[in-house]
Design a protein around this ligand. Sequence first.
Ligand code: GDP
Length: 331
Amino acid sequence: MAPRLSPQAYIDGVCAGDRMVLSRAITLVESALPSDRALAAAVLEGCQRRAGTAFRLGITGVPGVGKSTFIDAYGTYLTGIGHRLAVLAIDPSSEISQGSILGDKTRMDRLSRDPQAYIRPSPARGSLGGVTRATREAILLCEAAGFDYIIIETVGVGQSEVAVHSMVDFFLLLMLAGAGDELQGIKKGIMEMADGLAINKADGENLLRAQQARAEYETALHLFPASDSGWLPRVLTCSAIADAGMAEIAAMISDYRMVCTADGWLEKQRHAQAKTWMHETIGHLLLDQFYAHPLIKKNLIQKEIDVLEGKIPPTVAATQLIALYLQQTAK
Ligand code: GDP
């Protein structure tokens, strides 16, 4: 493990856009070590004044739909029109992508060589499909480092969409034509969360089917209740491999941005997200402290056994452990 820097060295490096320091700062905020917590908090506080200015785009879809190919194409389009882009991507070496789904292919080949882009892979393992407890913190640090566009990739597994939805401005769902929703593992609830759908692989023999699917999804979306923002989700087609449809997707997102900035929705959503972030962090920190407490460690296994043997109900075991913890911490 690289030695930790001073808080000011992290803050100065991040704010100067130093990618090496940015990567180390993200590693720091991802750290589960209690000894890193105060340092991470100081770094986040120091970077806060420069954050909050980027547009945050969440992208989801089942493995194989073309997420990484799409991010490579769309990201290259974005840097081509002058954006500085940070991608919080799923790490291909992590568990979920091993085997036949992604193979050994290099993900986001063009972006990884693009000086205007920064890619930070997150392990899918032990996280919600690439969204970790520290994803929001990573967004803050990337914004402080001067990136004005952030893409957060997540694999379509259900819970991860809910998590990513709570941290982005626009949520884009990638779909395929010809595969039923069930087949794609996309639940109705996820479609309801999306601000836009893109039917990918609209090329070659698949083009017509993609256009048909677009019409079908458009009809389906109209049956959903209107979203709180008042924005009507749109459906587009694209071919990530042929770089087709990127400008149309950018135009859709920019329309959304205009409409939802003008009526104050985006700001309202950011405020709600910041509140959620604080409350979730309180939950995480309390849980960490609870489970790290020596007395809890000592008693937990026995309580688990008692529960498994049916000696006490789970609720009673939990109540007793919390009472024990509160007694100890009150001393
Ligand atoms: P991910 O698992 O969602 O990240 O999907 P990938 O980006 O790894 O793509 C899965 C496969 O679909 C790869 O073989 C890609 O080359 C292919 N693919 C991605 N986008 C397109 C597209 O627009 N058209 C076609 N024909 N193939 C695509």
